[in-house]
Design a protein around this ligand. Structure first.
Ligand code: SF4
Ligand code: SF4
Length: 191
């Protein structure tokens, strides 16, 4: 975790190419970052991140893509959007992390956590096939692939008992239209 005392960026540390790329491709303007740290304070997984959300924004400003694509935070962000909710400038950090993760995967950068990439792939397959994620079928598929049948089994069972997990798969009604939307969006991204 990033425990060092916060230091603001100096102007000579700023290298704008990644910042511009993110503005152009995602429409996210990190120039408006106030360095207030509300994103880091509210981050659900900040206690185990190696770089906090505020530091991640700084690293984007510094154009330090090597550090960004090798950091653990890239693989353990929950996409919970809390940082975005709290940010006074509306900076979409989860979207930036999605984008950096996509780039890291394309460049074949290894995930810092074992099976993190596999989990992401299975989760995205759930979304593509059903339009939503059903946790129990996802976990069964993940465990079959990794052979970790008993890991977290007790926790899963307790969640089932408390009604926090549904054993039944669910899907959206209009999967055909949804898949068409996804394929249109994929072609737009290629184009
Ligand atoms: S909450 Fe927003 S403005 Fe504040 S440091 Fe984080 S990204 Fe920057
Ligand atoms: S979306 Fe990721 S970075 Fe933002 S608060 Fe959630 S876990 Fe933290």
């Amino acid at each position: 975790m990033d425990t060092e005392i916060y230091t603001p960026l100096r102007l000579d540390e700023i290298e704008g190419s990644l910042q511009e790329e993110i503005l152009e491709n995602l429409g996210v303007d990190i120039e408006t970052c106030l360095e207030c740290g509300k994103c880091s304070g509210g981050c659900s997984n900040g206690h185990i991140f190696d770089y906090t959300p505020r530091k991640i924004v700084q690293l984007v400003k510094m154009g330090d893509e090597e550090t960004l694509s090798g950091m653990d935070a890239l693989w353990i962000c929950l996409s919970c959007q809390l940082c975005l909710d709290r940010c006074p400038s509306g900076i979409d950090i989860p979207r930036i992390l999605d984008y950096l993760r996509e780039k890291a995967v394309k460049r074949d950068v290894r995930a810092t956590r074992p099976n993190a990439k596999l989990f992401m792939e299975l989760m995205l397959k759930e979304v593509r096939d059903k339009g939503r994620i059903s946790e129990v079928p996802l976990m069964i598929r993940f465990k079959k692939k990794t052979g970790q049948y008993l890991k977290d089994a007790g926790l899963g069972f307790r969640m089932l008992l408390k009604g926090k997990l549904s054993p039944f798969p669910s899907r959206i009604q209009k999967t055909v239209g949804f898949k068409k939307l996804l394929s249109e969006s994929a072609s737009e991204n290629k184009g």
